[in-house]
Design a protein around this ligand. Structure first.
Ligand code: SAM
Length: 225
């Protein structure tokens, strides 16, 4: 009974948090019409639900040991990351683990780049795909599959926020990213890829602390050499 109360109170807090954040995002980025309409449409699909609850249900279905693994990059933090990694309209950003997809919508709407959102949770993919189709966002692709399997060959920038991943998963992914051509930029949160593959594969070009929901985390910008 107590657990149920805790879970319900957490769900309510997260629901309010996402809308509090939504108001700030609207005020800051609402002038970008290319961002605003898709963002509003996607936001409405989370009116009675929250991305945190969607992720929890998926983790429960998978019988995961930890149900509380979901987090999102605040858009202000994404803006700082995109500035410092020089994301431009000519880039094709692969977001590995796109979650609800607000970050993909922001990258396309504000930075005007091509985005491929790779995500394993079917409901996240379905809602994002519905938004993409309804808003005619031809430069946003949604792949509902594992980023350990999907082809990464078109990426010029890769964004990975997966701070709770097991070392074996990061190593497997880092080995796949090592096959990308020289010059591709790779952005990771909490750890650099050089901790998982040889130093001769990637070079860290920038590192800084940025604000996430749960506090500060290190952002690593790397380049394939
Ligand atoms: C911490 S969330 C980040 C969401 C979003 N990128 C952001 O920054 O706001 C990580 C996401 O990665 C997804 N994920 C984890 N492992 C995955 C895999 N192997 N393939 C595709 N998605 C995965 C999870 O379902 C979750 O939605």
């Amino acid at each position: 009974m107590k657990l149920n109360r805790d879970v319900i109170s957490l769900a309510i807090k997260q629901w309010f948090y996402q809308w509090y954040r939504g108001v700030k995002e609207f005020a800051r980025y609402g002038v970008h019409l290319r961002f605003l309409l898709p963002w509003l449409w996607l936001k409405l699909s989370y009116l009675l639900d929250s991305p945190y609850a969607v992720s929890r249900r998926y983790q429960r279905q998978q019988q995961a040991a930890d149900l509380y693994v979901y987090g999102e990059t605040p858009l202000e933090t994404l803006e700082e990351i995109a500035e410092r990694s020089s994301v431009k309209a000519a880039d094709h950003v692969f977001e590995l683990g796109a979650g609800s997809g607000f970050t993909a919508i922001w990258l396309h709407g504000v930075k005007k780049c091509r985005v491929t959102a790779v995500e394993q949770v079917p409901l996240f993919c379905w809602r994002l795909l519905r938004t993409v189709k309804r808003m005619g966002l031809s430069a946003v692709s949604v792949r509902c599959e594992s980023y350990l399997q999907t082809s990464l060959s078109e990426a010029t920038v890769v964004y990975l926020y997966g701070s709770n991943l097991e070392d074996a998963v990061i190593t497997e992914l880092a080995e796949r990213l090592a096959e990308l051509p020289q010059g591709v930029r790779l952005i990771t949160i909490s750890y650099p890829l050089t901790d998982f593959v040889g130093q001769e594969t990637f070079v860290v070009t920038d590192q800084f602390s940025a604000q996430f929901e749960w506090g500060e985390a290190e952002v690593f910008i790397q380049e394939r050499i």
